[in-house]
Design a binder for this molecule. Structure first.
Ligand SMILES: [Zn+2]
Length: 87
């Protein structure tokens, strides 16, 4: 049996709230927000979504940004992700 491994994880910077994706297995990432630059530990943040397709990961990040979603409201995120899936 083959396990499907997600390659890209959608996360939110715990300091500034910037939505971004990281490659799975990446040990740490500096937040791309120049005013923030927090070193994010992927194992200590919530994974909102994941995708093995980088284009889809980018699309999800863009959808969340376009909708200006408050990442604390997880129900909204789910509906947006469903929208992406229905494309
Ligand atoms: Zn940040």
């Amino acid at each position: 049996m083959q396990r499907i491994i997600p390659h890209y994880l959608i996360i939110v910077c715990p300091k500034c709230g910037l939505v971004q994706y990281i490659k799975e297995g990446q040990k740490s990432r500096k937040c791309p927000n120049l005013k923030c630059k927090k070193l994010i530990d992927p194992q200590r943040v919530i994974i909102y979504a994941h995708s093995s397709d980088i284009h889809k990961a980018v699309q999800i990040v863009q959808q969340i940004k376009e909708h200006n979603v408050d990442m604390h409201e997880i129900t909204d995120i789910k509906s947006i992700l469903e929208e992406v899936d229905n494309d």
